[in-house]
Design a protein around this ligand. Structure first.
Ligand SMILES: [Zn+2]
Length: 313
């Protein structure tokens, strides 16, 4: 009798490969159709058991994040947009293996491999709670993600993007404070640029993580109103017990940041929303492959600097 994969979350056992195999992903070959994933720890999890071909083809909103839980905080707009819909599906891609996650309290004694198992299972639980169309964990060590010379992550992402052809892609923003986040954003941009133009997404959004984006000039902000989805957000946050219970109250911090954005966006009118996420539009980088991502974010910072200076006359 097969157990649903998320049951393992409570027992902290490593992945039961059978549900993955049932959905059409072969964990031994690490292959979905023509998509070959490089890392031995890579996995594809389809919460509703839809065969992998159909599961990936139905994806409209794709989130690509560095760590387990990044997607639920930064790409929550995509999760909320698709939740409960039959024609829109969210897929999460988590690039790292979670072995370097912070741990304290009840988790302080866990080794890297045990921590990686736990984080992987927490991420799967979130995919179930959020009704994701698919959840892909690529299993890279953080150091490999940050290694610009190692092109395997970019190749994995390219294969996934080709199989899905999503309409919207969410990833980290280019001004994030965490170097692994920025490395994932850059690998995502490279992968998107390598796609034939006709299958590139309509919109690519860099999202808030270790730095928010309220400093972006108002006319450059991507404003994502997630008001009314507070219960879903809380349900997703609750899946990441090892981090939140371990002393990082991301759940409160993220809800507070969204509430602050809703109120502090406009000094002159009453709040029009209760929960708002800001994004950085990365679409121009996909349309113009000659545009350097570093120079692109420099331009935004320069326009912010000028806006501040204008107030001083
Ligand atoms: Zn992260």
């Amino acid at each position: 009798m097969l157990q649903p994969a998320w049951r393992n979350w409570q027992t902290r056992r490593t992945q039961n490969p059978f549900p993955a195999r049932e959905c059409g992903f072969d964990p031994l070959r690490r292959q979905i159709f023509t998509v070959k994933l490089f890392q031995a720890a890579a996995e594809v999890f389809v919460p509703d058991g839809c065969p992998a071909a159909a599961a990936l083809a139905r994806i409209t909103h794709l989130g690509i994040g560095a760590h387990q839980d990044d997607l639920e905080f930064m790409a929550f707009h995509g999760v909320a947009e698709c939740f409960g819909k039959t024609k829109q599906w969210f897929c999460g891609v988590t690039c790292t293996d979670g072995a370097g996650s912070s741990r304290s309290g009840a988790y302080a004694g866990l080794g890297d491999a045990e921590m990686a198992d736990l984080r992987r299972e927490e991420q799967r639980a979130a995919a179930v709670a959020g009704n994701y169309g698919a959840m892909i964990q690529l299993g890279y060590a953080s150091s490999k993600v940050r290694d610009r010379g190692d092109k395997r992550l970019r190749e994995d992402l390219r294969g996934i993007l080709e199989a899905m052809k999503p309409e919207v892609v969410y990833t980290h923003n280019l001004a994030d404070k965490h170097p692994t986040h920025v490395a994932v954003a850059r690998a995502t941009i490279e992968a998107l640029r390598s796609l034939p133009p006709e299958i590139r997404p309509q919109r690519v959004i860099g999202c808030e993580g270790w730095r928010d984006l309220d400093w972006l000039p108002d006319n450059e902000k991507v404003v994502m109103d997630v008001t009314g989805h507070e219960a879903l957000a809380a349900k997703l946050s609750a899946c990441f017990v090892s981090q939140i219970g371990g002393g990082k109250r991301y759940d409160l911090a993220v809800a507070g940041r969204r509430a602050a954005h809703a109120t502090f966006s406009d000094p002159h009118s009453p709040d029009r929303a209760a929960q708002v996420i800001f994004g950085m539009d990365l679409t121009p980088l996909i349309k113009d492959a000659a545009l350097d991502p570093g120079a692109y974010v420099d331009g935004m910072i320069e326009r912010f600097r000028r806006a501040v200076r204008t107030s001083h006359g």
